[in-house]
Design a protein around this ligand. Sequence first.
Ligand SMILES: [Zn+2]
Ligand SMILES: [Zn+2]
Length: 313
Amino acid sequence: MQINRRDFLKLSGLSIATLGIGSLSNQKVSAESMKSETPQKFRSAKIDRNIFRIRNGVGDLMYLVEGKNRAALIDTGVGVGDLKKYVETLTDKPLIVLLTHGHVDHASGSAQFEEVYMNHKDDELFKEHTSLETRKGYAGMNPDFAKSLTDSDFQPIDSPSRFKNLSNGMTFDLGGIHLDIFEIPGHTQGMTGILFRENRALLTGDGANMFTFLFSKETLGLKSYQKSLQRLKKFTAKKFEKMYCSHGSGDLTIDYLDRLLEDCDLIFDGKDDRVPFEFMGSQAAIAFAIDQNHNRIDGGIGNIVYDPARISE
Ligand SMILES: [Zn+2]
Ligand SMILES: [Zn+2]
């Protein structure tokens, strides 16, 4: 099954607007307040002594980690607004940029930054996803935010050929703070997780989040994804006490890898709800039925949206 970019956007839109993964448009904001307030391009919160979580106008999350000598910006959002200038209000350290994967909502702002790392397996995906058309479509999921934008707000298109490769086993020493790199192929081929070693925190990006998407041409089948999770669990065991992701609140439960592994098993055994999910004539499935508040009816935490035809792949 091939899912094109528009399908991806539709489903991303569904994830954000319908499934409630943190869009401003999903909040109850009165017409009055929207009149007087243009949604901000970036906001941030300090979530640890040396880590900021930055949220863009569409609700995507980025992370800024500071060491003694330099700082790492993890992901660059949808490439709208002056992210570099914003980051410089948070740190004066020289910056490296690590892209967790090549999707539109994570990689599109890279052109502003000199030293950028991404797994080269996502190069083709990057080219497709960071086009102006895709970025405008994605930003449009928050209509009030999109309305406030002009063409000059969109950062230039970048070329992944200038990026340095980000691969399993790499470590970045920021000066007393180490970032350890783990590949989590599944959501995309080049999906990357990052262990903030001294902070004892694991960032899984979209590789494991509250609605892990596994159904488009760039994703792996469920069996391969479960193997990725098992590897990640093995190599990060006892090394973290917090888990972060790139959408929603950004916080996952500490046992979230186990929950996802269990959910994969339930799907293999045909014990999930397999809620049909059709778009453009193709079938995907939401593993566990949700109520109107997007919580799992069975009381579980998190969910997987997958391609039923690719369970054993
Ligand atoms: Zn993604
Ligand atoms: Zn994402």
